[in-house]
Design a protein around this ligand. Structure first.
Ligand SMILES: Cc1cc2nc3c(=O)[nH]c(=O)nc-3n(C[C@H](O)[C@H](O)[C@H](O)COP(=O)(O)OP(=O)(O)OC[C@H]3O[C@@H](n4cnc5c(N)ncnc54)[C@H](O)[C@@H]3O)c2cc1C
Length: 392
């Protein structure tokens, strides 16, 4: 019998497992496949060092500039060298395994190649997780169950707390890791917004590698074919300037959905169960930045579970403290505001976004707010909205 079973050893699950194990609790961390590379741009902001100071010692590719382009290729740049800590660009296969190993070193038991597919039920109560592995069906019983297995979570649906995602409530994104001679500034991540709900990205990695991707959002998921639009993006003359050669080696590609509505506040917890990370909507609804917010949710859930286990009170009433956790409230509030700007940004075939870029060029505070919103999932301040409205 475990204290906590966590389904999914992505960033959210690994952080949750690590904190619980460090506090002496018996944790089972279930993972479908530690050799799976999560489709991702891999841009991780500097907040990561708050959660994982030890990552500074590893050689992840450092970033300290960002350029945002509007649909008409109006751009503004932002450099934060000296002003704030560096961010990193990572390969998710390596990154996720680093975080998993940290959880294991803290004492969590990792069960790889286990696909969780249902709950163990006794007296109408969820008392564990059932998995399929090469050695058959396994059961991991625990006092508290944490669902951290991302957008494809079977358990989230089985739990009755979540419905299947609707296509207009998600982002669809495809990323590709390529290698070859290029003109990409090694310190800079670039985002290219479109006249519809979508944007492309170009993120440098070490040596001659880079991550190039495209995502669509909301109702525009239905209007655009992701593979086709990703291909068009790579071959766009404005992008070709960065990658002019044709002899690129494609190292890897993958596509995956991203939650697009912000934190699902109504279904974050129940009797002895909590939902964290992508499963629970911890992703910035405009930029798709979800690694640090997912880790933050994993930490908040672990802290809630520790209090619940110590007081032997694991009911929904006790786990409500997860939803009320200051970090969770802050992220949920910030995403609500960000989401309210989404339609505005993409209205008028991208003209509004273009105006935002122009304002950002001449107004330092405004520029800082946009970068905070995209890269650090910080809610825009009130005067940001006022300034935008006064321009329209
Ligand atoms: C194309 C794309 C680009 C992105 N780019 C960025 C970016 O640049 N920066 C950023 O911050 N965010 C980005 N994101 C979002 C980011 O990937 C997620 O928000 C983040 O990975 C969420 O972490 P998580 O732990 O909640 O879920 P995940 O990372 O999805 O982890 C879930 C884990 O559960 C496992 N799992 C799944 N099903 C089961 C099962 N049945 N049983 C057991 N285990 C299971 C998976 O193998 C995985 O390890 C991007 C997303 C996509 C799709």
């Amino acid at each position: 019998m475990y204290d906590v079973v966590i389904s999914g050893a992505g960033p959210a699950g690994s952080k949750c497992a690590e904190i619980l194990a460090k506090s002496g609790f018996k944790v089972a961390l279930i993972e479908k496949d530690a050799n799976w590379r999560k489709p991702c741009g891999g841009a991780v902001n500097s907040r990561i060092f708050k959660y994982y100071p030890q990552l500074r010692k590893l050689n992840f590719h450092r970033i300290n500039k960002m350029t945002i382009y509007s649909a008409d290729y109006h751009k503004f740049g932002y450099k934060w060298k000296e002003a704030r800590d560096y961010s990193i660009n990572v390969d998710r296969l390596e990154f996720d395994n680093v975080l998993r190993n940290i959880a294991v070193d803290a004492g969590a038991e990792l069960f790889d190649k286990n696909i969780s597919y249902d709950f163990v039920i006794k007296n109408n109560q969820k008392i564990g997780v059932k998995t399929k592995s090469s050695s058959g069906i396994q059961e991991y019983r625990a006092k508290i169950i944490v669902i951290a297995d991302g957008m494809s979570s079977k358990l989230a649906i089985k739990s009755g707390f979540k419905k299947k995602w609707k296509i207009e409530d998600i982002m669809l994104a495809k990323s590709m890791i390529m290698e070859g001679e290029n003109n990409i500034d090694k310190d800079t991540i670039s985002l290219f917004f479109k006249p519809f709900k979508g944007y492309g990205w170009l993120f440098p990695l070490e040596e001659n590698k880079f991550n190039i991707g495209f995502g669509t959002m909301g109702e525009d998921n239905l209007k655009y074919n992701l593979n086709q639009i990703h291909n068009e993006f790579i071959n766009d003359p404005n992008i070709k300037k960065f990658i002019p050669k044709s002899n690129f080696k494609k190292i890897w590609e993958g596509a995956y959905p991203i939650p697009g509505l912000g934190v699902s506040e109504k279904s974050l917890y129940g009797d002895n169960i909590m939902f964290i990370g992508d499963t629970a909507g911890f992703v910035n609804p405009i930029s798709g930045e979800g690694i640090c917010p997912s880790i933050a949710s994993g930490k908040a859930a672990a802290e809630t579970a520790i209090n619940a286990l110590e007081s032997d009170e694991i009911s929904a009433q006790s786990l409500r403290n997860y939803k009320l956790h200051p970090t969770i409230r802050k992220i949920a509030r910030s995403y609500k505001l960000t989401l309210s700007l989404l339609d505005f940004c993409f209205e008028n075939e991208g003209q509004n976004f273009s105006k935002m870029c122009k304002m950002a060029e001449s107004d330092d505070n405004f520029r800082e707010s946009i970068v905070n919103m995209f890269l650090f999932s910080k809610a825009p301040p009130k005067d940001f909205i006022l300034k935008l409205n006064s321009e329209n």
